[in-house]
Design a protein around this ligand. Structure first.
Ligand code: 5GP
Length: 257
């Protein structure tokens, strides 16, 4: 690693360095796993490498769909180049199936299908344990503007539609996931872009047939086998060992004589 780089910030699972060009940042994925607001910690060999690959894969697909993201390119096994953004201090949680804190809060059995997808917001604040907040709080405290809130919700719905289909196609149920957004400044302009990562650290992914957990709940709930599960997600996505899934061949014009 290039030690001359300026470290901007070190979080629980990632380190941010100044990027090579103004307005860029290098994200370094660590092997550290934390849960319950840092009360549970471990180092899981190779987790950073696999999350870097999975997140790269998903963000590239989202960029391709025209959803604006901070992602520029993967640099190496653990690092990616992204646009510098000012993080909006909210976690946007999208849920398709009751699990985790929603199941607990409302007394629902984990695995119950929700009547429709739900979007929740948490205020990003480690000291407070990222509390659930409403749009009223977001507006009153000015954490995001009404336009930003609309953009975040619209993008979250599109991302959920895309990811639900992507995972369903490889036999995985997208139970819920967490997104973060940022403000990307370009001269006088500012735009809302998807930031952070999308990986089994930030999603609940269950095998469609067995409901086996293939995500960070294996760590949170001491189920073991986290790396095997993450590797299986990568393998099903077709990105293990640098193998991209084969491009579909173009339709061929069939002539009838
Ligand atoms: P829950 O609110 O049920 O704990 O989490 C809902 C979803 O958001 C889960 O997929 C979970 O992994 C994700 N999530 C919630 N908070 C965080 C967080 O602080 N970090 C990460 N990586 N994911 C989170």
């Amino acid at each position: 690693m290039n030690q001359r780089r300026t470290r901007i910030y070190e979080g629980k699972a990632k380190i941010l360095y100044e990027g090579p060009e103004p307005g860029t940042v290098v994200v370094h994925y660590k092997d550290d796993a934390t849960a319950f607001n840092n009360q549970k910690k471990d180092v899981i060999d190779g987790k950073g490498v696999i999350n870097n690959r999975i997140s790269e894969y998903i963000f590239s697909k989202l960029n391709g769909l025209g959803i604006p993201t901070h992602f520029i390119k993967r640099l190496n096994m653990r690092e990616q180049l992204v646009h510098k953004v000012e993080i909006i201090p909210l976690e946007v949680i999208v849920r398709n199936v009751a699990a985790g804190t929603l199941a607990k809060r409302l007394g629902l059995e984990e695995g119950t299908a929700l009547p429709r997808s739900l979007i929740e917001f948490c205020y990003k604040n480690d000291e407070l344990g990222d509390p659930l907040v409403s749009e009223e709080h977001i507006m009153a405290f000015g954490w995001a503007s009404p336009v930003e809130l609309d953009e975040m919700m619209a993008m979250s719905i599109r991302i959920n539609d895309f990811l639900s289909g992507l995972f369903m196609g490889i036999g995985i149920k997208l139970v819920d996931f967490k997104l973060e957004f940022g403000r990307q400044y370009e001269g006088d302009m500012v735009r809302t872009v998807l930031a952070d990562e999308i990986s089994p650290d930030s999603c609940r992914l269950w095998d469609i047939d067995t409901d086996e957990k293939m995500d960070k709940d294996r760590f949170r709930r001491d189920l073991g086998g986290l790396m095997d599960a993450y590797q299986e997600v990568a393998r099903r996505l077709g990105i293990l060992n640098g193998n991209e899934p084969p491009e579909r061949s173009k339709p061929v014009l069939v002539k009838s004589d």
